[in-house]
Design a protein. Structure first.
Length: 148
């Protein structure tokens, strides 16, 4: 656990989570809900032959006598509103056709197990395994994870 944010009171903030994937890959997640400068969301995948990263939003860069800078949105809407709208449109079309799209109940189950393991890891200070039920065939092949 890192030093707590002066803005978060008793909230554990920031939080670092290290996920050990069954494939051997490591995933690190860094979360802070009390940053004072806006909604700063980043994502990066480092691979053997390159790196893929989310672009900064907004894309407008200002260069003047004060330097080079970009505005940082105040909250999630500026970055994600278009994606949420598209997701809703796709869901509406699928629902009108009697089908479904988006995350499944199995995804929710998996996310809950990961969150529970992360909370156990905070308490134990160590690696906590995730033991999932056998995944029903309608959801596709299983994945295995652990959190510390």
């Amino acid at each position: 656990m890192p030093r707590r944010s002066s803005r978060g009171g008793e909230l554990r903030d920031p939080v670092f989570v290290l996920l050990h994937m069954a494939s051997g890959a490591l995933v690190d997640v860094e979360i802070s809900v009390n940053i004072a400068y806006g909604s700063d969301i980043r994502g990066e995948v480092s691979c053997e032959e390159g790196v893929a990263a989310l672009p900064n939003r907004p894309a407008t860069v200002i260069s003047d006598s004060n330097g080079i800078r970009q505005a940082i949105p105040e909250d999630w809407r500026e970055r994600f509103i278009e994606a949420y709208d598209q997701e809703f449109r796709e869901w509406s079309v699928a629902a009108s056709e009697g089908t479904a799209t988006g995350p499944s109940t199995w995804d929710g189950y998996a996310a809950t197990l990961v969150a529970d393991a992360a909370l156990r890891a905070v308490a134990s200070g160590g690696l906590e395994s995730i033991n999932m039920l056998a995944k029903p065939s309608l959801y596709g092949p299983p994945i295995a994870m652990a959190a510390e």
